[in-house]
Ligand binder design. Structure first.
Ligand SMILES: *[C@@H]1O[C@H](CO)[C@@H](O)[C@H](O)[C@H]1NC(C)=O
Ligand SMILES: *[C@@H]1O[C@H](CO)[C@@H](O)[C@H](O)[C@H]1NC(C)=O
Ligand SMILES: [Ca+2]
Length: 285
């Protein structure tokens, strides 16, 4: 599929706040907000967006496709995503901060597939929205209640929030929804909360939620979870309150990385969810 692959000439070797600690890859997903860049895939999954669709997705959310320079600026503060997406001017690539064997060909930089001649190819999207209202956070406490921005007031339009939860190594995260009210539509196209059983919004998709039905509890398989909330440019709702509590693994066998079986039974597919694929991710572009 890929004819030409260019690498950014610059290797950036200082990746603060990044790396493996306690056996868990710590990325800086929350930092991506600072640069206004975020990763977006189609609601129907990975690598489903043509160039025109990718452009429309970003514009629908009040932004536009990120330029190469904007993606690189985000990468420099820790934005690392292992999925190729459209950028402005029909370019495709993805930002790699931490060199890894199965992502980015062991290099760091923007993995650049160049300007695509065929705009019908399907990839993800990298959007840039400098006016996106940043929110979210990183929680490492053993329990916490977090809320949609502005709660108990309604959340605002064009909100992009990432919550990254990391509890002690060997523990799991038990999420409980206390309040939930997100603009409802038939396919959670407008506003939604997505939950990932992993340290990013690529792996371990658990479910996407909207509407005012209280989702069931969710228990992670490892000690990290990521929640992503997006609202579009019109119609808001009451928002949500979610409590999490760190719980000890039922058995000592789990090493925090082995998501093979334990905990899956607790997963709720979500309103439009699919069962998570295993979190292994390989270069399949
Ligand atoms: C463009 O890409 C699409 C999707 O990969 C493919 O179906 C189509 O045949 C390609 N068109 C050309 C002219 O290569
Ligand atoms: C993960 O779990 C599976 C099934 O329980 C087991 O076969 C495998 O050896 C485990 N892997 C690690 C790295 O612990
Ligand atoms: Ca909305």
């Amino acid at each position: 599929m890929i004819a030409l692959i260019f690498f950014s000439a610059l290797l950036w070797d200082k990746a603060q706040a990044w790396g493996f600690k306690d056996g868990v890859l710590h990325n800086s997903i929350w930092l991506e907000r600072a640069a206004g860049v975020y990763h977006r895939e189609s609601r129907s999954g990975k690598y489903q967006l043509t160039y025109a669709e990718a452009k429309a997705v970003c514009e629908y959310e009040g932004g536009h496709l990120a330029t190469y320079q904007q993606l690189e600026a985000a990468r420099k503060i820790g934005f690392h995503v292992c999925a190729a997406g459209w950028m402005a001017k029909g370019r495709v690539g993805y930002p790699i901060v931490k060199a890894g064997a199965n992502c980015g060909f062991g290099r760091t930089g923007i993995v650049d597939y160049g300007i695509r001649l065929n705009r019908s190819e399907r990839w993800d999207a990298y959007c840039y929205n400098p006016n996106g209202k940043e929110c979210g956070g990183v929680f490492t406490d053993s329990k916490h209640v977090f809320k949609s921005p502005g709660y108990p007031n309604e959340y605002e339009n064009e909100q992009i929030c990432y919550w990254h939860i990391r509890v002690k190594y060997g523990q799991r995260i038990h999420l409980q929804f206390l309040e939930f009210d997100v603009e409802d539509d038939t396919a959670c196209m407008a506003d939604f909360l997505e939950i990932y059983d992993s340290y990013d919004d690529i792996n371990g998709f658990v479910g996407r939620f909207c509407g005012d039905e209280l989702p069931d509890d969710i228990i992670s398989t490892g000690n990290v979870m990521t929640l992503k909330f997006l609202s579009d440019s019109s119609v808001t709702a009451g928002g949500f309150q979610i409590r999490y509590v760190a719980v000890d693994m039922p058995s000592k066998s789990g090493d925090g990385k082995n998501t093979t079986s334990q905990g899956k039974a607790n997963f709720l597919p979500g309103k439009f969810g699919i069962m998570p694929l295993e979190s292994t991710y390989s270069e399949d572009a």
